[in-house]
Design a binder for this molecule. Structure first.
Ligand code: PEP
Ligand code: MN
Length: 264
């Protein structure tokens, strides 16, 4: 298999327009769950960058559980996140939910994110694979490691070797946390595949004060990077406020992460 370590023994370094992921350093991605306004995403970019992130996250097309919940600002949001990222010299990662939007989103975003709910949307995987762009492939809500590897294979089979695995927790019997962050996936994916793996502790636990310790645990497990949700005012966030870090808690977490990085 193209994704397997056997096929490609060396680590694949994914080059996001100059930002290298999987080269032995930690790549930090941060931003809000949803892009809400130009001001909000600019403020998130300022905070993200101040803490050391090089990639700005933010959803413009949101896979919400309820059809009545905010679904995202769509193309307007894409314009805002691109402007904010350019202002702070950052790259963009944002989710693609629909094949029909790929060309538009690819104009604004450096990395195309496949959400957990679409990990096995095989047509979508093939279509994003064809763009040749870096793809952030979230683990499915109930995705096994083998299913996740096969999902990456759908992308690689299109000749796209710019895949990033993103561990964001899986559904288990436990309901005290939003998901169960499966950190064993980090060394296991590194053993089985040559592509980088990023940890998303925000969706992994769903509770903001559990995010920093699990971020540190992700670093300890050998992740190539982290993706975390931040918001200038989490209480009033339009989505995922309870798991979002504010400026102060994000900056403190990043200091800890940088100390760990140096020690490793
Ligand atoms: C997100 O990144 O905001 C998101 C919806 O994540 P997931 O697909 O992992 O639930
Ligand atoms: Mn979210």
């Amino acid at each position: 298999k193209l994704t397997s370590r056997e096929f490609h023994p060396e680590n694949t370094v994914v080059d996001v327009d100059g930002v290298k992921i999987g080269d032995g350093s930690m790549t930090m991605m941060a931003g809000p769950c949803s892009i809400e306004s130009l001001d909000q995403i600019r403020e998130c970019a300022r905070i993200a960058k101040a803490g050391g992130a090089t990639i700005l996250r933010g959803g413009a097309f949101k896979p919400r559980t309820s059809p009545y919940a905010f679904q995202g600002l769509e193309e307007e949001g894409l314009k805002y996140i691109r402007q904010a990222a350019d202002e702070f010299d950052m790259k963009v990662i944002t989710e693609v939910m629909d094949e029909a939007h790929i060309d538009m989103i690819a104009e604004y975003s450096d990395i195309l994110q496949i959400g957990a709910r679409n990990m096995q949307n095989f047509k979508l995987l093939q279509a994003v694979g064809k763009t040749g762009k870096p793809i952030g492939l979230k683990r499915g809500i109930s995705g096994t490691i083998d299913e996740w590897l096969n999902a990456a294979e759908y992308i690689a089979a299109q000749g796209n070797f710019n895949v990033l695995f993103i561990e964001r927790g899986i559904r288990t019997y436990e309901t005290a946390t939003r998901n169960t962050l499966d950190l064993s996936a980090v060394p296991l994916i590194k053993k089985l595949s040559h592509f980088p793996i990023i940890v998303d502790p925000s969706h992994g636990v769903g509770i903001w004060d559990l995010v920093p310790p699990m971020a540190r645990a992700g670093v300890a497990a050998g992740a190539d990077g982290l993706i975390v949700e931040i918001h200038p005012d989490p209480v009033n966030a339009w989505s995922d406020g309870p798991q979002s870090l504010n400026e102060k808690t994000y900056m403190r977490m990043m200091e800890e992460v940088h100390i760990m990085e140096k020690a490793m």
